[in-house]
Design a protein around this ligand. Sequence first.
Ligand code: FNR
Length: 344
Amino acid sequence: MESQQAHRKDEHLSLATASYQRAHAHHYFDQVRLIHDALPETAVAAVDPTVQLADGLQLEWPFYLEAMTGGSKQATKVNRALAKLAHKHHLAMATGSLSVALKEAAAQPSFTVVREANPDGIVIANLGADASLDKARAAVDLLAADALELHLNAAQELVMPEGDRQFYWLDNITRLVDGLDVPVIVKEVGFGMSRRTIERLQKVGVQLINVSGRGGTNFAMIENRRNHQLDMADLADWGQTTPESLLEARDSQATIIASGGVTCPLDVVKAGVLGARAVGVAGYFLNILVRDGASALDQVLTDWQAQLPRLLTLVGAQHFIDLSRVDYVLTGPLYEYAQQRGLV
Ligand code: FNR
């Protein structure tokens, strides 16, 4: 019999897949239009897709498999399939939160499978921002992880019937950033970040911030489907979209990562133009894997890796970081948002 926490992970997997089609209808990256330059003056062969996020954290591709799962039999299968593809395609991969693995030894193989299937690749561990330093070290050790993500998920917890009700995270984040030997990435889980959040994280020493915005997987709605006591559907549109969050991060000195609603290589490029140094993709890839199988996701990853260098060439970029020089216009609600927030 699997634990309640493992059962919750299975519900997340099935609800994230079931809800993805509807969420997919919001394609907020459409409100970012890149300006075509008819004179690229570069070549596809000149593209170098590697990105350097921190000392010792270099990704071979600017997009990666973002944190999703672990903790149950079903999660083991998903993680094994994702890790094999990460290995084959030289993509970094983050696991789901390891908190269940630190409580229940039986849950550990569902995570360690990620390292077994991808011995030399970049593997990123994941925990909540309230994790103790000992737990954070144990999570990193369990996977021989190259980095640790700490997730900020207040909106999710508050909708969960069994969720946390207090969120004092900043001091703990400082302790973890100071105490760990691997780079620490602080991430949202799909509600985005504001300039103020980003500034406060940076002030306590966080160098790597994943704004993970609205537009794809929606954990308020996933938890609302699980919560039969209290309907919090009001939060369906809560938070900043990923493009909004990237605009909020524009002046930050931190290294910014994007995720949330990324469904095509052009979204990856647009995120780079708005300042992201790397881009995580969760729900879209999970949906393909669960619905159509590993060979379908394999083909999608092959296609993305063929398209991305061509798109970089089209906008005259040889490295992902060069995208920050590409001109763009914002349209519709994104432009209104940027104006009111003083971001244009
Ligand atoms: C997630 N996400 C997530 N994030 C995290 O930091 N720890 C976690 O354990 C999980 N668990 C999880 C399970 C499932 C099934 C999904 C789909 C997602 C959030 C994820 O990493 C990402 O921030 C959001 O899903 C937004 O990206 P997408 O899904 O819109 O690409």
